[in-house]
Design a protein around this ligand. Structure first.
Ligand SMILES: Nc1ncnc2c1ncn2[C@@H]1O[C@H](COP(=O)(O)OP(=O)(O)OP(=O)(O)O)[C@@H](O)[C@H]1O
Length: 453
């Protein structure tokens, strides 16, 4: 068993990353393989539950590849692994050897790191360049002029991604170091559990012995008095020992309601950097980078001209939504084996586009265009065909198609009950003119800017 598990561990360390491996898989011992089930001794239920939820598939695949086909995992919770499997006993190159029990108690403290969240996958632009530079600096290790590093910003702007990237990079540079990453909620959960099990001294010593502590979403502990108290002491103990702390939150320390003043002031001692809302350029960069990754897996993927630009323009809430949209498009394209054209994208993402509509209504568009060309609003709906009225009307149709997620028939209804083919004709006409008339290009750009505020 030790030989098989030893080989499997060497592969698992590669596939799940050293941090996940050390936290979750290393404390396990394979005790038997019987009737398609691999049996493990696990020090705690928490570890076995976590492994079962996050790494079961990977473990089964690796064991099967190593000549021990398994379809299920079973765990016996209790004694910590007594013996180290063969391949683990020889520490992998660059990894400091350590006592098998040294990490075991800490194993159920942290959260796993996502192997995809690395610096190489993080696209840098104006809104996040300072946060990225600070994160890089912390990941190098050594004395850093700021402690803690406090990252904050709105939902889905890359805080967690940057924290995981720091942990991966730091761990690679300092393999023997203890990096502990967890959410503030998990911190509270562990703390309450330690109180309940009268193991608070263990809790304290485990937290105080890490080299880097990373706490995500710290706003969660606001209003939770005893957790704040413990957090404060942990924080101070680590800073006093010169250990690096990285914190993230959805807002700046001073703005977290229910957080004690002394914690706010401690959190503000280091470097506070915010991740600003994304710009069009950053969103486009992220889309291009993710598309390259998909393309590497699926080289025949065809994306029509302007699709990524359209998404970057229309989905401006957060990167998570942007990624979700792209993933849906790719799934769609690979299932239907169709090129992703602008029309396919609009159809397939109609729901996302609608909720991300920047509340620009067809009314707004008609009003702004009428004002700009000095015609009456009623002419947008009316039948007049004179060029000085018809052209602005077509521009308004074009902008309605571009800036809202309304369908052609819906737009037609809002333009005095016109047929959808009339709208399509109007949109095409403007597209053609835009290719040759630079003053129209300018007009449309000005109108867009006014509408988008
Ligand atoms: N600059 C970026 N480059 C590449 N991917 C990014 C970037 N910013 C965010 N992402 C991706 O967007 C998704 C959301 O990011 P993340 O979970 O880090 O956000 P967050 O700020 O922690 O959000 P929350 O407040 O919800 O916790 C992730 O999949 C992440 O990889």
């Amino acid at each position: 068993m030790d030989r098989i598990w030893g080989q499997a561990c060497a592969e698992l360390e590669q596939s799940v990353g050293p941090n996940n491996y050390n936290h979750w898989i290393k404390p396990l011992r394979l005790t038997a393989i019987d009737d398609g089930a691999a049996r493990f001794a696990s020090p705690t239920r928490f570890i076995s539950d976590w492994v079962n939820r996050h790494f079961a598939k990977e473990i089964m695949a690796v064991l099967t590849r190593n000549g021990a086909p398994v379809e299920r995992l079973r765990f016996d919770v209790g004694a910590v692994a007594a013996a180290r499997p063969a391949a683990q006993a020889a520490a992998p190159a660059g990894h400091a050897p350590e006592a098998p029990t040294a990490r075991a108690p800490r194993a159920d403290l942290g959260a796993p790191l996502d192997p995809r969240y690395t610096f190489s996958n993080f696209v840098v632009g104006k809104p996040n360049e300072l946060a990225h530079a600070a994160a890089r600096r912390v990941a190098e290790g050594g004395p850093v002029g700021f402690n803690p590093l406090f990252l904050y910003g709105g939902v889905g702007l890359g805080k967690t991604h940057l924290m995981h990237a720091i942990a991966h990079d730091y761990q690679t540079r300092h393999p023997a170091a203890q990096v502990l990453y967890l959410s503030a909620e998990q911190f509270m959960y562990r703390f309450v559990q330690a109180l309940r099990e009268s193991s608070i001294m263990d809790f304290k010593s485990m937290f105080r012995n890490v080299n880097m502590l990373m706490v995500d979403d710290v706003q969660f502990i606001a209003g939770k008095d005893s957790t704040q108290e413990e957090f404060f002491h942990t924080f101070n103990a680590l800073v006093d020992q010169g250990k690096q702390i990285v914190i993230s939150a959805d807002r700046a320390p001073a703005e977290i309601k229910g957080l004690e003043e002394r914690i706010k002031s401690r959190l503000s001692c280091g470097l506070i950097v915010d991740l600003h809302p994304t710009t069009y350029e950053l969103r486009l960069g992220i889309l291009q980078s993710k598309t390259e990754v998909f393309r590497a897996q699926q080289p025949d993927l065809e994306i029509g001209a302007g699709v990524l630009e359209f998404l970057a323009h229309r989905i401006s809430t957060n990167v998570r939504v942007l990624e979700g949209a792209l993933q849906r498009l790719f799934a769609h394209a690979s299932l239907l084996r169709r090129e992703i054209t602008l029309e396919v994208a609009q159809e397939c993402l109609a729901d996302i586009l609608r909720t991300n509509d920047r509340k620009i209504s067809i009314d707004d568009i008609q009003r702004k265009v009428a004002e700009h060309y000095n015609i009456r609003l009623a002419d947008m709906m009316g039948p007049k065909r004179a060029r000085n009225v018809a052209r602005p009307r077509q521009i308004a149709m074009y902008l309605s198609k571009q800036l809202t997620s309304r369908s052609l028939p819906e737009i037609g209804r809002r333009f005095g009950g016109r047929d959808h083919t009339t709208i399509m004709h109007g949109v095409r006409k403007i597209e053609e003119l835009l290719a040759e008339d630079s003053s129209l290009v300018e007009d449309v750009a000005v109108l867009k800017r006014m509408l988008e505020g």
